[in-house]
Design a protein. Structure first.
Length: 182
């Protein structure tokens, strides 16, 4: 009997993760944007054809597909971590209204934007490895700054930064005073 892992392996072997799934994702995103903003009116056929053409052009660029295939699991992991943090706060007795206010605040939006920018840089470094050195050391005589950038954008270091940011935000919301009382 085939398991889910076997099916996923079959999809990978067939190349669905490299072409079809990113194409479907781009098609859905573009179609949704065209449907919402209606640059071509309410005609679903025109919106569908335009979205299909954009998706096909997108998947013809290997670097763009690599970027999407690296970025999607990272963003998914971000949302899973966010849900776990929300569950932890809920189990600690924080009211859902307070959690909602925190997520709607500019601080909550700022943290999410910073994390997304970090994850986009990770995906860009995976999609464009030619921007890094061949040996991965980052040591070039004329450019010492590149070594520092590669240390900061090392996946382990980025994981530590994300963890520290999450802990800092959690500590802030746990220990802050609201309206002069704790």
């Amino acid at each position: 009997m085939a398991s889910l892992v076997d099916v996923i392996g079959l999809f990978k072997t067939m190349g669905l993760y490299d072409t079809v799934f990113p194409g479907i994702l781009i098609f859905a995103l573009v179609y949704g944007m065209l449907f919402k903003y209606k640059p071509f009116g309410d005609n679903k056929m025109i919106n569908g054809v335009v979205a299909l053409v954009i998706a096909l052009i997108f998947i013809s660029f290997l670097k763009a597909v690599t970027f999407i295939t690296v970025l999607i699991p990272i963003v998914t992991a971000l949302f899973v971590i966010l849900l776990l943090v929300l569950l932890i706060f809920t189990f600690m007795g924080v009211p859902s209204e307070t959690i909602g206010e925190a997520m709607k605040s500019s601080t909550g939006h700022g943290v999410m934007i910073i994390l997304l920018v970090i994850f986009v840089f990770i995906a860009l470094s995976a999609a464009f490895p030619e921007l890094q050195n061949e040996d991965g050391t980052g040591e070039q005589g004329e450019d010492g700054f590149r070594a520092y950038v590669q240390v900061i954008f090392n996946p382990v270091m980025l994981g530590v930064i994300v963890l520290l940011v999450i802990m800092a935000v959690a500590s802030y919301y746990i220990t802050r005073e609201k309206g002069g009382t704790k």
